[in-house]
Structure formats: C-alpha cells, structure tokens
Design a protein around this ligand. Structure first.
Ligand SMILES: [Zn+2]
Length: 369
C-alpha cells in the first residue's frame, strides 16, 4: 500500500468515541495544562508536561491545527493556545477528530466541564450519556435508610438506564475487579448499607454495595463499561486487571466493555476472544503511549476478534487529548491493518472492513446507536 491512511479510507472514516469525558470550561494556564496532561498527580514544577510521549504527540498532531509547524516548541504552543482562546482551540481540536458520536461519562468532575449540549456544539457531533453506577448509588444513599437502600439504588439505576446509552463502573478503583458472579442477597445489602451509612457514607467503597450496584446495572441489559488497567494514582493497578472480571462476565449476558486495559490489553483481548459478550478498547493508553500506539493496537488484535475492538479516547479536560487519540488511532490502524495487506495476509477489502468495524461499526452495534 502506498499510503495506508488514504488507501484504507482512514482519513475520512467517522469515529465513534465510546468512552470519553468532556472538555474543561474556560482558559487553561500552563500549570493547569500540565496537570491535565497526565494521569498522575501534578508534575513537579521543574518537569515539563511535554517531556513525554503524549507531549511529543501533542506537538506533532495539535501544533498544525493551531497554525504552527508540526513539533513547534512547547512554549510557542502554549502561547498560541492562549492567543486563540479556549473556545476556538476546543472547536479546532475536537473537529479535527471527525468523530460522529461521543459517548460521555458524566460521573467525574462534571462541574468543571462543558455540558453535553456545549460539547456537541463545539465538536459538531452527536453525544450520548454514559452514567456511573457508583455515582448513582452515592447520590441515592445520601437520602435513604439502610433498609431502603437496595431497592432505592436499583430503581435509580433502572431509571437512569432509560435515557443513557450505557453504564459504567469504577469498581477497579473502589474494591478491585474480582466481583462475585451473583448479586448479594437483600439481607447482605442492608447490613452493608447500615455499616457504610453509619461510617458516614459518601464514597462507595464497600464490596457488597459495589457488587449490588454492578448487578443492578447488568439487570438493565444496557452495555456496562468497566474501568480496567491504566488509570490515576488512586488505584491499585493489580486489582484492575480485567481477567479478574472473568467469573462475572461468564455469568451474565449483557455486553461488558473493558476500557483502557493497558498493560493488561492482551489479557483483555483473551477475555473478548473467549466470551461472546465481552468487548475492549485501548483508549487512554493510545494518547499516552504516543508514537507506540501501533504496538499496543497490534498486541490487542493478536487474539481479540475484529468485531470486539472499539475506539475510545478516554479524553478528559484537554481538547488536545481527543485530537491526539483520534490521529494516533488512525495511524495505528493504518500501520497494523495496512501492514497485513503489505505482507499479503489480507486483501485491501479485508483491511477496509476491519478499519470500519473498529472505528465505529462495532460501537454502533453494541450500543444500538
Ligand atoms: Zn474515563
């Protein structure tokens, strides 16, 4: 293939970003930029956010979108960003992604971010809402007794499911992913709710209550996303290995979507291979591994069926993260899938079909978009 991005139609294929957050409202000064350009705690003042694979990718992908030369220096980039203003930068970077639909997790720091309607307008795209089970349980629990907890939370999750396109759990952060395959009984939930509410409630980190919320989510039949693998300093990474979810995934019929997965993307790919209801993405990893995105995608596609891999950015806050994720994903697809054509292992038609599936078709089918 002369130019796989063009030959595979990758430049034009519309993306469905099945897991992202929204963009921060208003101007972003250099220190805020630095804290939003990492999954970690804010870097020390003498470390540049640009000294990373993500930093290189921002300079390569985003600088030209702000009328600078590719790989323009970090200071020039931030100066140009401030000069254009937040609204213009957000519009330019979001629209560069050619994303037709964003499925937005509204359960994390939503107050700092553009509303769904504002995001849709800035991106000129459709948006759908993904609601967090733990956030619903925390909201409901604030006003109910231990005895009423189980049905109040189940009812609230069922109600949220009527307008959301999907559900999400952050069990990995709260209790780990080795969740029981069966829901806890009503007595166990009431006792756990009593203990948790007596201790002050607030952050849902009781294993019985998290399991209850997850099973209430699965009972709605909506696709359920799980944070797995790569995340911020708040998680124990080994408890976020997606293979820990195998017993739960085997026991249910609802679609289960494993988000991020890195460095366990091979384990997640196996789970998607063996269980018909399991899907995965390598969002979040893609922007952070930068020019190594093709390697992560290639390892994912080793055993994951092509109909089980979805695109997501997991972008939060900075519009740069959407632009970088989309550009790197297109390039990674070109290199990995185009490579199959170059080596005689697939026809150009096969390659175009695979690209269409992972960029959007799989997500449209799973979420019924
Ligand atoms: Zn996320």
């Amino acid at each position: 293939m002369a130019d796989p991005v063009t030959d595979l139609g990758l430049a034009d294929v519309a993306l469905v970003d099945h897991h992202c957050h929204s963009v921060v409202r208003g101007p972003v000064d250099p220190s805020r930029f630095a804290s939003l350009a990492t999954e970690g705690d804010p870097p020390p003042p003498d470390a540049s956010a640009f000294d990373s694979m993500l930093g290189l990718a921002i300079r390569r992908v985003c600088a030209p979108l702000l009328d600078l030369a590719p790989l323009a220096g970090a200071d020039d980039y931030l100066r140009r960003r401030a000069e254009l203003g937040a609204d213009d930068v957000t519009r330019r970077l979001l629209r560069s992604t050619r994303t037709e639909t964003y499925l937005v997790d509204t359960g994390f720091r939503a107050g700092e971010l553009l509303s769904l309607a504002e995001l849709a307008a800035a991106a000129d795209a459709r948006v759908g809402e993904v609601v967090r089970l733990e956030a619903i349980a925390e909201r409901v629990a604030a006003g109910c007794s231990a005895a009423a907890y189980a049905s109040a939370v189940s009812d609230a999750i069922a109600a949220a499911a009527t307008s959301a396109v999907g559900l999400k759990s952050i069990a990995a952060y709260r209790v780990g992913l080795d969740l029981p395959a069966r829901p806890p009984d009503a007595g166990a939930v009431a006792r756990a709710a009593d203990r948790w509410l007596t201790a002050g409630g607030a952050r849902l980190d009781d294993p019985v209550l998290v399991t209850h919320a997850v099973h209430a989510g699965l009972a709605t039949g909506l696709p359920l996303q799980f944070h797995t693998g790569f995340g911020d300093a708040d998680e124990d990474l080994h408890r976020a290995n997606p293979v820990l979810l195998a017993p739960l995934c085997r026991a249910v019929a609802s679609p289960v979507l494993l988000l991020h997965c890195w460095p366990y993307h091979r384990e997640a790919a196996w789970l998607a291979h063996v269980l018909p209801n399991v899907y995965l993405d390598v969002g979040l990893a893609i922007p952070y591994v930068g020019a190594r995105a093709h390697a992560v995608l290639a390892e994912t596609l080793e055993v994951a069926p092509f109909g089980k891999v979805l695109y997501s950015s997991d972008a939060f806050g900075l519009p740069e993260l959407y632009a970088v994720a989309a550009a790197l994903f297109r390039r990674a697809c070109a290199r990995v899938v185009g490579g199959l054509v170059d080596s005689g292992d697939a026809t150009p038609d096969d390659a175009r079909r695979i690209v269409t599936m992972v960029c959007g078709e799989n997500a449209r089918r799973v979420y019924g978009l």
